[in-house]
Design a binder for this molecule. Structure first.
Ligand code: PLP
Length: 261
């Protein structure tokens, strides 16, 4: 039987922990056929991102159109988009083809602090992609870059959600994983009417590379199978908790979250 399909519009991680490599194995783990529009090739290992080369914007567009016109896309997500030109091309293409629920993970930098986006591109994510998104999934560093709000507690997390919804997405998930000094990991999901707190354990681990990508693609896979946004996010959180709990050391720096369980 033909499985559901999910499209990742994202970059390659030569270290195999994040990017399209994480997305494809997460789709696979959910029984969903993964489709790819590659945006950039990064040169990286566990110590950081040494550099990247972007794919020409018209080639990104052509990849999306090729798979959408022939195979059909049941849900899509973006990861590393690299440049404002690619972001504008993706936005325009999404007006022309049907991709179902659309998740935007506003990737700006790696957890090692290396940029994954050229400087002028953040504004394009806000204005071109957020209004088209079913769900956006920023971490706290991305929240600060996008809104100026520094999340330190539940009240500022809610203020951040409200500020982000102003950009026009249907839902926002403000991920609390990077909040300091909390025993639990609380994410806030909102559509401006409902404010749903999702609480889970915080694991003491260094090996979290690829965690954001894995969560966004787990959510996208569930959306491709027809789940509601709250159900897809709740299932995605359970999935990423297992991946983080079993993250493993690899190389001298930050190891990946684990797909083996
Ligand atoms: N490399 C690529 C291609 C990515 O898409 C991402 C995150 O989206 C990263 C690296 C950074 O991953 P992390 O912040 O988990 O280290």
């Amino acid at each position: 039987m033909t499985p559901r399909t999910a499209l990742t519009i994202a970059g390659s991680d030569s270290g195999g922990g994040a990017g399209i490599q994480a997305d494809l194995r997460t789709f696979f783990a959910h029984g969903v056929h993964g489709l790819v529009a590659l945006t950039a090739v990064t040169v990286q290992n566990s110590l950081g991102v040494q550099g990247f080369t972007e794919i020409p914007a018209d080639v990104v567009t052509a990849q999306i159109k090729a798979v959408a016109s022939d195979m059909g896309v049941n849900a899509a997500k973006t990861g590393m988009l690299a440049t404002a030109e690619i972001i504008r091309a993706v936005a325009k293409t999404l007006d022309e083809v049907e991709v179902g629920p659309f998740v935007v993970d506003p990737v700006a930098a790696s957890m090692t602090g290396d940029p994954l986006l050229r400087e002028d591109a953040l504004e394009a994510i806000r204005t071109e992609l957020f209004p088209r998104a079913t769900l956006i999934t920023p971490n706290l560093d991305e929240v600060r870059l996008l809104t100026g709000v520094q999340v330190v507690d539940a009240a500022s997390q809610r203020a951040a959600a409200e500020a982000l919804l102003e950009f026009g997405s249907r839902w926002v998930l403000v991920k609390g994983g990077h909040m300091q000094g909390t025993a639990e990991c609380v994410d806030l999901l909102s559509d401006g009417r409902e404010y749903l707190e999702l609480t889970g354990p915080r694991y003491e681990t260094e090996n979290t590379h690829g965690g954001g990508d894995t969560l966004a693609s787990a959510i996208t896979a569930s959306l491709a199978k027809g789940a509601s946004v709250p159900d897809a996010v709740a299932a995605g959180k359970k999935f990423i908790e297992r991946c983080v709990a079993e993250g493993y050391p690899l190389g001298a720096g930050v190891g990946p979250v684990s797909p083996f369980w």
